[in-house]
Write a protein that binds this ligand. Structure first.
Ligand code: FE
Ligand code: FE
Length: 163
């Protein structure tokens, strides 16, 4: 595979995650609103702020690569968010529902972790060091979010036991 086409692959993947992040911008306020646990609610709100930063980092990446910042619909994120919306429709707010929302949020986080790992490595291979560094910063934050969700699950599950 020539460098040219590997670069095209990087752009394709960036368009996918750019769209996925933008979908998340719309979904996270709904998740925050739905959360029963106050700390979980605050967590989704800070995740929203971080996601705005992820979007602007991707815009910087597109600029560095001389590409227009344009998304391409990410059907995987659509499906993950759809699953989360179903939870909100099917159950009333409770710790058990919070536990289910966290499960959904962690699936989303793992999708992001996979996507950012892929583009970071592609950028490294292509010698786009600055791009790789920016993507690594976001990848690290996605990992931190996942850990925070794991910690939140412990609290929420405990509360659900006595509900
Ligand atoms: Fe993100
Ligand atoms: Fe995230």
């Amino acid at each position: 595979m020539s460098t040219e086409s590997l670069k095209e692959l990087l752009i394709e993947e960036l368009k996918d995650i750019y769209d996925a992040e933008k979908q998340l911008l719309k979904a996270l306020p709904k998740m925050a609103k739905a959360a029963f646990d106050e700390e979980l609610k605050a967590g989704f709100n800070s995740h929203l702020e971080e996601t705005k930063e992820h979007v602007s980092r991707l815009e910087r990446v597109f600029k560095l690569l001389d590409e227009p910042a344009k998304g391409k619909v990410c059907p995987a994120m659509k499906g993950l968010i759809e699953e989360c919306s179903e939870i909100l429709e099917e159950r009333d707010a409770s710790s058990v529902r919070d536990a289910q929302i966290i499960g959904s949020a962690q699936r989303i986080e793992h999708y992001e972790i996979a996507a950012y790992g892929t583009v970071r490595t592609l950028a490294e291979t292509l010698g786009e060091d600055e791009v790789a560094e920016i993507l690594q910063t976001t990848l690290d934050e996605e990992g931190e979010q996942d850990k925070k969700l794991t910690a939140a699950a412990a609290t929420v599950n405990e509360a659900a036991l006595t509900e």
